[in-house]
Design a binder for this molecule. Structure first.
Ligand code: NAD
Length: 306
């Protein structure tokens, strides 16, 4: 059976997601839509010309209606922030875009992956507008922040990031929560590693939390790492891997977080977000997670719904 992925919004992020999908060989068909049809068509042409260098896949520009048979639809449409703008600042503008896309997905049978920022708020809005079950609307959430944390620590400790067991949860944004107390390498707690100095924690925290601003200041956007992270998430869905990833969804199994979309470790497979895990946390981390949730609740209250 053909594995098909649609992407809506083919800017910096959408085109990097497309490249990562093709290079990982997870799709037989890649369908691109952008409100600027010239961009979608140009990217489809450019990516198609690389066909000699990736596993067989057809890439073409389509309308949203023409991608409704896809196994997964990724949404990366909307404005990106500048270097001094928080992700939540994009909410009013990008909510309008997500509402109009969500209204076209009410009969969709596959999984939706939201990447546009602020990703948690927009995952919630898309779930509400499309009326799709919450396990079929997944925000890329803190997958990227978790990857940044593993890479930053791995570099300091001179260990491959794959072997750094660490997670970032909560909002994909300024209030995200780094779970310092559970970071382990080879079963050893970070604080007990002989080449780790606790005074480095503040610097690592800042590097991870504010990474996007630092990149946007230099090159105007972030795109490659989110492209790779999204393709990794898509692979877990299409291959029914049941990988645990820190993604966002409207939480419905944890009482204190009910109805809020934010990231927690989640089992990802062909049915979407199969189950959510509540990680072990110390008292500080629990407070930080509730503060992160409260920031998202306030943002929802202040949202202009017109
Ligand atoms: P960009 O401006 O390069 O691309 C956005 C694209 O969306 C444009 O091509 C535009 O024509 C298109 N678009 C706008 N409205 C549309 C609509 N209604 N339907 C279809 N297409 C539409 O921006 P970018 O740098 O690619 O960023 C896209 C989004 O991804 C931003 O919101 C950014 O903040 C977000 N982002 C998220 C993460 C994450 O970790 N979740 C990481 C990086 C960027």
């Amino acid at each position: 059976m053909k594995r098909s992925i649609g992407i809506i919004g083919i800017g910096w992020v959408g085109s990097s997601i497309a490249m990562s999908i093709l290079q990982s060989g997870i799709a037989d068909e890649l369908l691109l839509f952008d409100s600027n049809t010239q961009i979608a068509e140009g990217e489809a042409m450019d990516l198609s010309h690389g066909a000699s260098f990736y596993s067989a896949a057809e890439v073409k520009m389509v309308t949203i209606d023409e991608m409704l048979h896809a196994d997964v639809i990724v949404i990366s449409a909307g404005r990106a922030g500048n270097a001094s703008e928080s992700r939540l600042n994009l909410l009013q503008e990008n909510a309008k875009i997500i509402r109009s896309i969500g209204a076209q997905l009410t009969n969709y049978k596959g999984i939706v992956v939201v990447v546009t920022n602020p990703v948690d708020m927009l995952t919630k809005i898309l779930t509400e507008i499309s009326k799709l079950p919450s396990h079929r609307v997944i925000g890329s959430g803190t997958i990227l922040d978790t990857a940044r944390l593993k890479q930053t620590l791995g570099k300091i400790l001179n260990i491959d990031p794959h072997s750094v067991h660490a997670q970032v949860i909560g909002e994909h944004g300024d209030s995200e929560v780094i779970l310092w107390s559970s970071i382990k390498i080879g079963g050893v707690e970070l604080k007990n590693l002989k080449n780790w100095d606790i005074t480095w924690q503040t610097k690592v925290d800042e590097e991870v939390r504010y990474a996007a601003y630092n990149i946007i200041q230099r090159k105007g956007a972030t795109n490659h790492a989110i492209g790779l992270a999204t393709a990794h998430l898509l692979k877990s869905i299409l291959r029914d891997e049941r990988r645990v990833l820190t993604v966002s969804k409207v939480q419905d199994s944890i009482k204190e977080l009910h109805g809020i979309a934010l990231s927690l470790p989640t089992i990802i497979g062909a049915k979407g977000a199969i189950d959510t895990l509540m990680p072990d946390m110390n008292a500080i981390e629990k407070d930080q997670l509730m503060s992160s949730a409260n920031i998202l609740i306030k943002a929802a209250e202040n949202l202009d719904r017109s």
